[in-house]
Design a protein around this ligand. Structure first.
Ligand SMILES: [Zn+2]
Length: 244
């Protein structure tokens, strides 16, 4: 019997990258996107087949020493006694299927859940959420024929099914559960996760006001390669989150 071989580490990471993960956890917790649950990961800057994410811990409490390295099957490289998140398979499977993605956020973003269980589609109504234009797919764990009785993405098969539902989109809802938001950078993913929640809240209010809704149009939805002000927004969010 060959003993289980741990994947090898792809080496130490610039502390600024670790700081980004810590800050992203705190920012999203403060914004009410992450509660006691949910997680943020970054693809390893030196190896596309590894990603970095906190041990199983509430996002607001995450510190640098909590950050673990995983392979894309979500095996920890060196757990040092730390327990990983039960839904880490979401991250590994998305990194496998999306070479363009360098940050993944899974949250139970409260206002997106109603849009995952009703007939009303989550469409953008504000300029801050134009990335939602073109459709937000919904992953329904019980119609995927993947043999589950729960709602959690607790293995690689479920993670792969979720990644297939996400396809090439920035956001997918998870029915009765939350969402997954991805981006080419952690800043982009964090801002998208925040404005997905904000747009859901604003759309629910607009629907409650009554009458037809004027959604963002195709021309209005053209997203700039790097949205104006993104780095500026991320810098202030990061510093505030880290107490600087
Ligand atoms: Zn979850």
């Amino acid at each position: 019997v060959t003993p289980h071989k741990l994947p090898s580490s792809s080496g130490p990471v610039d502390p600024a990258i670790i700081e980004d993960i810590v800050a992203a956890n705190r920012v999203l917790a403060k914004e009410g996107v992450l509660d006691a649950f949910g997680h943020v990961s970054i693809r390893h800057p030196k190896d596309p087949n590894r990603y970095l994410m906190s041990r199983s811990r509430s996002p607001i409490l995450v510190v640098a020493d909590d950050i673990m390295e995983f392979d894309l099957d979500s095996n920890p490289v060196d757990s040092l006694g730390r327990s990983p998140y039960g839904e880490r398979f979401i991250h590994g499977q998305i990194y496998k299927s999306r070479p363009d993605v360098h940050a993944v956020i899974h949250s139970h973003s409260p206002t997106v859940v109603p849009f995952s269980v009703s007939q009303v589609s989550l469409r953008p109504i504000a300029h801050t959420a134009t990335f939602l234009f073109g459709g937000v797919p919904i992953f329904d764990i019980h119609v995927e024929d993947i043999g589950t009785t729960g709602l959690l993405v607790s293995n690689n098969k479920l993670g792969a099914a979720l990644a297939a539902t996400l396809a090439d989109r920035p956001v997918a809802l998870m029915r009765g559960h939350g969402n997954v938001v991805v981006g080419p950078t952690v800043a982009r993913a964090v801002v998208r996760a925040i404005y997905t929640e904000v747009n859901a809240r604003q759309l629910a209010i607009a629907i409650a006001l009554g009458g037809p809704i004027k959604y963002i149009s195709a021309e209005e939805a053209l997203e700039l390669p790097i949205p104006l002000g993104l780095e500026r927004a991320w810098e202030v969010m990061k510093r505030t989150a880290l107490g600087e």
